[in-house]
Design a protein. Sequence first.
Length: 367
Amino acid sequence: MRRLLVYIYQRWFLVLFSRFFFKKYEFLLKQKNPNDFSITEIAQSQSLKYIGNNVIRINSCTDYFPILLGGSPLPFRKRKEADFFYIYGSGIDLFKYILLRDSFRFNIPRVFIEDGFLRSVDLPYAEPGVSMLLDDVSIYYDARSPSRLELMLNSNQVPSVVELERAKNVMSRIRELKITKYNLAPIYVPSIGSRKRKKILVIDQAYQDFSIPFGLASDESFQEMLEAAKNEHPDKDIIVKTHPEAFRGGRKGYFTSLKKDKNIIPFTDPICPYSLIEIVDEVYCVTTQMGFEALMCGKKVHCFGMPFYGGWGVTEDRINCPRRIRKRSVEEIFHFAYIVYSRYMNPKTGYRCEIEEVIDYLAEIRA
């Protein structure tokens, strides 16, 4: 009984309480001047004091935060002494409400942090991540308002020839080693459908994941996506890939219970994303990172949401974001998202490192 009461308190009361009070600050949060300070200044700082809701409650999945962030954590009671408030994840709870409130009250800058695009071998609840994304404006997958990543992509910044060459080489290395966000799934060539029919990939996502409404999509977007794939490719096999957490008993997806029908082929087995991408001609997605990995493989990608890589001229967008006016290449998006916007660490050395080192580390650990 006591455990039940604790569970209700942690999971329901705090969430409902914080959501009620958070509404009065959401407008202020969205209206904050994105040029108040630069994410570059944060990235270059190595002796900061910070506080964040998951940093306070250190667990096995956040062990690398101090190294990735640079600086030292503070007890929650000393939050007024912090240089920055680091706020992890997109969910809302009482700790985040207090940090957001106090960031305005004490004029302390806040930085939103999320798991990186190349995170770990295992899934989030089993292994700490080796990469992290920092944004002083908003979360990168929240297309409702600009993020620091969007501002960089929308700016007049043009990567140099050397930077673009590096992006191409790193992308090639990722494809070669088939490194993705989670690297637990096996790598093999699947035998799906008819050998004589071309194939289309439809990608599922975790049910009611924050990235879906933040990406200007909805639950209905997934059914619209599937219907579009069926109608536009009646003579091809439609492979529907379920979310990777579903096969481990984690969060279900929108197509978890989908049945095989005509040319619709649900694919529920664990598999490396690149193993599927390589056998298809086109990809249909909502906001998943796998859509960008398909772009890295040269595939045509249809987006039914507005992910970080949507709206820049490299995807077939079914919705639009009027703010995104620049045209970018896949290499440019990769440069800004995976190299400039991300930070990495090597658990072997315990120090920050570059993306190339993390790719080799993940490939070695996975093997």
